[in-house]
Design a binder for this molecule. Structure first.
Ligand code: FES
Length: 95
């Protein structure tokens, strides 16, 4: 029997809408979502202050197995981060 991959931690990623990492990753995988707007439509994550956009984009890139460009992600999204702990989480999820 094939079980879905397990997410070891299920942090709240979008603090505005209380959306967890597993909800976002599942939305990306099942909906084949490839942009932040589609993720917001699917599960509300990212639809508030936009602080979590850097993490949502990271999850999209990881799902697509793209080479992660930290510089690009920081350049495109870091200025939107207003919530505490988002950048710390971002750097933890890079591993
Ligand atoms: S933390 Fe996700 S929109 Fe504010």
């Amino acid at each position: 029997m094939n079980l879905p991959p397990t997410i070891k931690t299920d942090d709240i990623i979008c603090q505005c809408h209380r959306v967890t990492e597993s909800t976002i990753r599942n939305a990306i995988a099942t909906g084949r979502l490839d942009d932040i707007g589609s993720v917001t439509e699917a599960c509300e994550a990212g639809g508030g202050c936009h602080s979590c956009h850097i993490l949502i984009q990271l999850f999209i890139d990881q799902h697509q197995e793209k080479p992660i460009s930290v510089e690009e992600l920081v350049h495109d999204h870091a200025q939107k981060v207003k919530k505490k702990g988002i950048l710390t989480r971002f750097f933890k999820k890079l591993r």
